[in-house]
Structure formats: C-alpha cells, structure tokens
Design a protein. Sequence first.
Length: 324
Amino acid sequence: MGVVAERLAALLDGGGNRLGGDGHGGLVAEPHVTLSELPGGQPPADLWAIDGGQATLADARCVAVVVVRVARARWRGGSCVAEEVGPLRAHLLGGDERRATLAHLAAAGLDLPADTVIDANLLRDAAEWESLAVTVEEAERGALVIVDGDLRPDWRIPGGWAAQILARAAEREVMVAAVTKHSGLARGGAPLVAVLEAEAEGDPALGPRARWWAAVARTAEAVQPALRVSVARLDPSARFAFRVDVPLACEPAEVLAMLAGVSDDAAFPGYPYPLSVVDGLAACPPWVKHDARAALDEHLDLVGVGLLRRERYFADRHRLMERA
C-alpha cells in the first residue's frame, strides 16, 4: 500500500499539460489553459433540463430485464413551469432480443449495426439524445437546454447522429450545454478539474469567492459532434467546479454566464439547480424498482411463469450465499 500511495502522490503532483483520463478520446487540449473571471449572468427566458435514469429488474446474466426513463423540466423567467417524467421503458437484453431492441432504436432514427452490444447504458443514452432532439424543436429561440453528463454520446452511437441534433439546435438558435458532475479528464495524470480548482485558489487575481472558467479542450477536427470543453466554478460559495461541454457553434463564456444564473441554490451551490431537479425525477429509487418488478411478476404470472421458476432463474445467488 505504501508503494501505491507514493506513486499516487507523484502522479497528483506531476503537472504537465498532457490531456488524458477517462473520456478524453477525440479531444485535443487547448494550447494554453487560462483561468478567467466569470461574471454572474441571468438565466435565459426559456430553459430546459434533461436527465435519464435506469434500473435492472431481473438479471439471470444470460438474459435480463432493464428499464430506462428520461425526465425534463422547464424554467421560464426563473421559475419552474413544467416537470415531465417519461414512462419506464422496459427492455429485454440477451438471447435473440438484440434485433427487437435495434428496431426500437431505429424507429427513433438511430440505425446501429446488427452486432451492436446492447446494455442499459446505451439505451439510456439514446433515450436522452432522443429527448434532446424533441426539446430542441419545442424550445423557443434563444433558449438554453442543459443535460447531465457530457455531449459525447455513448461510443456505440454514431457521432454524426448526435451532430445532426446539435446542428438543428444551432439552426433554431437554441443553445445546448452538458454539465458533468465527476469528470474523468486528467492533465499530466492528475484530475483536471481538481488541478484547476487548486490553481484558482492560489490565483491572487481571482480570490477565494470568484466565479471562474477556463477553456480546456475541443474535439479533434474529424470528430463529431464538434465540441468545446470548459471547466467552471459557477457560484462564489461552490466547493466544486464542473466540466461543461457546448457545441462548437456556442460561445462558452455566454453559456456559462447563463448557467451561473441558475447555480446559486443553497443546497447545490455551483451546480445548475434545474439539473438537480431532473436528476431526482429520472432516478429509479428502490420503490420505483419494486413497483416495476411487481408489474413484471404480475405479467409473468399471467403467461405461466410462476414464483418458483422466477426465483430459480433470477435469484441473486452470490448475494444469498454472502448473507448465509
């Protein structure tokens, strides 16, 4: 353990400008990362937030039942005027079910190869992008749509499909931004966001209660969708900064100033409050999973798969043996 601790300390103190870490593929570091003060801004007249959730209801390893859903909320004039929780969409994974799932995705405009590996992460990400496409059409011109995570779709989703959605947003003059709670980007081997937080604390030009931002990367020339990646501290009381992605057509400083206008909630300082709302709406807490599993069991009873068979197929034997 001592050797690992020493190596970790050296890594965290290593410095350098090399971009790395989880999620850096396709990104090119900005040649100079400069911390700049971020003025407080006003939220746009029309603001939307989107997030997705997922849960596994039954898992026999070779076959599983998962559910995904997406939530949206809309703010106008600084007040929440609508909350929308999408239906739980059930999917059967495994066996020969890939074709049915791919057909479902194709109906939403996402054509994937026949050998695509299907899992809940792909289904949730696709549902979130589908919701973004719908929201872009419903939002007013000048609106801002914020999503949880980054703007790089799941690796199985063609970047061109996501790029078309962002191009439509630009055509309608709708701004899009994505906020990542826990970024995997690194600089010189150390967590990039944490490195910039430390630099900001030691910068006398900023001070301890400054909002600040820095452009850190952009997508390589041939990579789609084309993005700009920034790190920003959006509230003077915030403990943490966050990674924020915007399409190449958007000006990061303008979008970040708008985000600052909705990131001053006392419970979530520095994180856009609308995203906190949709995170709670989209989540699949235990009671949601319980109700969904009860509905699944009821339907299985109707088609002749009784309790004993269900327990034999789907019991978590590893967990049961640990409890013993």
